[in-house]
Ligand binder design. Structure first.
Ligand code: ADP
Ligand code: MG
Length: 729
């Protein structure tokens, strides 16, 4: 086995950067070349068809069958002109990743004849075998069929020779089996409620979109090294490995120069991204060795999310081409920073206004404050929903580990905005506002932009931070489908904005002036949501105590977080916003719990296997060498000298025996706990058993194995050590 390790290390030393040329120096020359964007549609489609597609993109209106036929034919012609032979509906099942099933354009006609065909029906709907995708019990009832249906709001694109059509995935009974359909519904919901609120300030606003700019972190390791680590291969993270003497403590990796081999890999996937219309702009080294980040320009949320999923796919594929493997896991290496996926979020109007950007005058600033305060109020009321939607086995290792925000949800807005909200809360008196009150308030509110302009305070320890013109949701894990937290966030803000508008309408109905009604309601919301605001160090112990005093949740493990969705309050929220039915929501809870359970189960099996069949034999082999050494010494030296000369060896011999014994006992215990957990019928109880009984034992086994790693002859050690994984490139 050790020979496998050394062979892999030799492979790495021989690696040369794989040179990559971009199609042109200017990215704009080839950006979106492989996407069926509006410009190309214009080339291939008649005006009325184009208009119908446009309308559907903006309003969600159904595309008539005849138009679908035209679009399909246009798509096919374009795709074939680009070398495509197949098409696929590209969808986002509840596994968390993406799925596709390819069909060819080629259609035999009989008599040895054939044509290339792609009808509207093939574009709008397909019927992949749904039975092997998770449904959380939705499908089992009576019908296993599932459908994918075209999402015209995200353009079709070409991967290799396949035309990919973004679709939703639903059951025969119309229930969502994917992450896209609820997202689209949430985006529709926030459009309605935010537009309604915008109308108080500007009658010209007819549509509000949610914007998302994600930042994707990842690790790279050489593929030969990857292949010698079953833990990474099967779980995405290292279950063993002593911390290297040098980790990230010198902070010398962050923003450092990028090694050539990695640079070429980046250039390669960036080029592919650009061809696919993914507007990636930023790349840099992250904090941990071999950790990197890629970020695009922000886009409309549904499109941005499709782009993130596509990029995750590209990263995997292109990494292999460069003899790397990409680790998207939230915590591949204990002791080093994990990977997150910050979700930068805002709302924008069709009149071009960013609703979370302070305006130029008191009126637009009041609009800014309205969206700001309502967002804070939504997070206050539904913090648990946000927490639940970032919960997974990987993120458990990251949240609260002094590198990522804690599991406590709070909102950071900066000292200047805090002052503005404090003033608003205190200065508005009960009863009718006097003209003087109003003038003073206008002055206060009018000052916001200049204040924010030079307000550069940032709080990197907050899970949900205002960063000048958007909120940054930092607690999202690197493997996440952003659609999940973005659905949650938009749903809760939409709910809050709707309630807000209801109240304002009632006040206006009573004859209260609009501005006054808004200011008074904001004041109430500021008071109401004060507890969720936290400006201090989110990593500190004091915050944990303080949050507890405030009554904020601090749910540290995924199953307990996920199950918070299964409450009346949350079901009401999703049902009222028409985003998920009770059954759909419960199905998701079931699927996430099951996923958690299975992940820990796999980790635990791999952990046991490696400990028993890789580590113990090697440790005992080394022990035998020591014993032979001791026996030999005893043969050639007298008793007194031999005793002295074998002292260290005997100590090591004993330590190995002790550690091996603990490892074996713990693995046996873990297997017993697994057996017990597997008998538990209830998914939540089973997930909790895995969380509380199985998972901690893995940590204990690891501790012993890592100690052996320091003891056993390096020449015998079977798996590449963490320093080799992290510093060989
Ligand atoms: P970092 O967090 O690394 O310091 P920034 O705070 O500058 O980086 O965030 C950059 C991200 O925020 C980018 O992905 C960018 O596209 C995104 N972003 C900027 N404005 C908006 C917006 N209005 N809505 C959503 N995302 C935005
Ligand atoms: Mg960020």
């Amino acid at each position: 086995m050790a020979s496998f390790r050394f062979k892999a290390l030799e492979d790495v030393l021989d690696r040369k950067p794989i040179h990559v040329e971009t199609p042109s120096v200017k990215i704009s020359d080839y950006f979106s070349k492989r996407v069926f964007v509006m410009d190309k549609m214009r080339e291939y489609l008649a005006d009325d068809a184009l208009q119908s597609v446009n309308e559907s993109m903006n309003t969600g209106k159904r595309i008539p069958r005849a138009v679908a036929d035209q679009v399909a034919s246009a798509m096919k012609d374009w795709a074939i002109s680009m070398g495509a032979t197949h098409y696929t509906h590209w969808f986002q099942p509840l596994t968390g990743s993406t799925a596709e099933k390819h069909d060819s354009f080629f259609t035999p006609l009989g008599g040895g004849k054939a044509i290339e065909k792609f009808a509207g029906a093939n574009l709008t709907q397909q019927e992949p075998d749904a039975s092997s995708f998770p449904s959380g019990g939705i499908r089992n009832t009576f019908e296993a069929r599932g459908y994918t249906a075209w999402d015209p709001s995200s353009p079709a694109f070409l991967i290799g020779r396949t035309l990919c059509i973004p679709t939703i995935f639903i059951s025969y009974t119309g229930e969502a089996l994917d992450n896209k359909m609820p997202l689209l519904k949430a985006l529709h919901s926030i459009d309605k409620s935010a537009t309604r609120v915008c109308k108080y300030f500007d009658k010209n606003v007819t549509k509000v979109i949610s914007t998302l700019g994600w930042e994707q972190e990842y690790f790279l390791i050489d593929s030969s090294l990857y292949n010698t680590r079953p833990d990474i291969q099967f779980t995405g993270r290292t279950l063993f490995g002593h911390n290297p003497a040098k980790g990230q403590q010198l902070d010398d990796h962050y923003f450092g120069s990028i090694p050539e081999r990695i640079h070429m890999f980046m250039r390669d996937f960036e080029t592919e991204s650009h061809l696919l219309g993914i507007p990636v702009t930023t790349r840099h080294n992250e904090v941990a060795p071999n950790q990197f980040e890629v970020a695009p320009m922000f886009e409309e949320t549904n499109l941005a999310n499709d782009h993130n999923l596509l990029l995750m796919d590209l990263l995997e594929k292109i990494a292999r081409k460069h003899n790397f493997r990409i680790l998207l896991h939230e915590k591949p290496f204990a002791g080093l920073n994990g990977s997150g996926k910050h979700n930068n979020w805002s709302l924008a109007t069709d009149t071009g206004v960013n609703l979370l950007s302070p305006g130029k005058n008191p009126k637009t600033n009041l609009q800014f404050l309205t969206f700001m305060v309502n967002t804070i109020a939504a997070i206050h009321d539904y913090a648990d929903v946000l927490r639940a939607h970032i919960a997974n086995a990987g993120n458990d290792h990251r949240l609260g580990a002094n590198e990522a925000p804690p599991a406590i949800i709070s909102v950071f807005i900066g000292s200047e905005l805090t002052r503005v909200l404090d003033r608003l809360e205190k200065s508005v008196k009960a009863g009718k506002m006097t003209p003087d009150d109003k003038t003073q308030l206008k002055l206060d509110i009018g000052k916001i932009p200049e204040i924010l302009l030079d307000n550069t305070d940032r709080n990197r320890t907050s899970p949900f931070a205002f960063t000048g013109n958007k909120f940054e949701f930092r607690a999202v894990g690197s493997t996440a489908n952003c659609g999940v937290p973005m659905t949650a966030l938009n749903v809760m803000v939409s709910q809050q904005l709707g309630e807000f508008a209801d109240k304002i309408d009632i006040e206006i109905g009573k004859g209260v002036k609009k501005d006054e009604a808004i200011i008074k309601e904001l004041q109430k919301l500021i008071k109401h949501s004060r507890n969720i605001r936290f400006e201090g160090n989110g990593y500190g112990e004091e915050w944990v105590a303080e949050a507890k005093k405030r009554g904020l949740s601090n749910v540290k493990d995924a199953p307990r977080a996920i199950v918070m969705l299964d409450t009346k309050k949350v079901i009401d929220l999703y049902v009222k916003q028409n985003v998920l039915t009770e059954r759909e929501l419960k199905a998701r809870v079931e699927i996430e719990l099951e996923k958690y359970k299975m992940q820990i189960q796999i980790e635990s099996r791999i952990c046991g296997d490696i400990a028993l069949s890789h580590i113990i034999p090697v440790a005992l082999g080394y022990q035998t060498m020591l014993i032979q050494n001791v026996l030999g010494i005893n043969q050639i030296l007298n008793q007194a000298s031999a005793l002295k000369a074998t002292k260290t060896q005997l100590q090591i011999v004993e330590e190995i025996s002790e550690r091996v014994e603990i490892i074996k006992t713990k693995v046996d215990e873990m297997v017993e706990e697994r057996k017990k957990a597997n008998k538990i019928e209830d998914t939540y109880d089973a997930a909790i058993a895995y969380c509380d009984k199985v998972k901690p034992t893995m940590g204990e086994i690891r501790y012993q194995v890592d100690k052996l790693e320091l003891l056993v002859d390096d020449q015998l050690w079977p798996m590449p050590k963490l320093r080799e994984l992290l510093f060989t490139r």
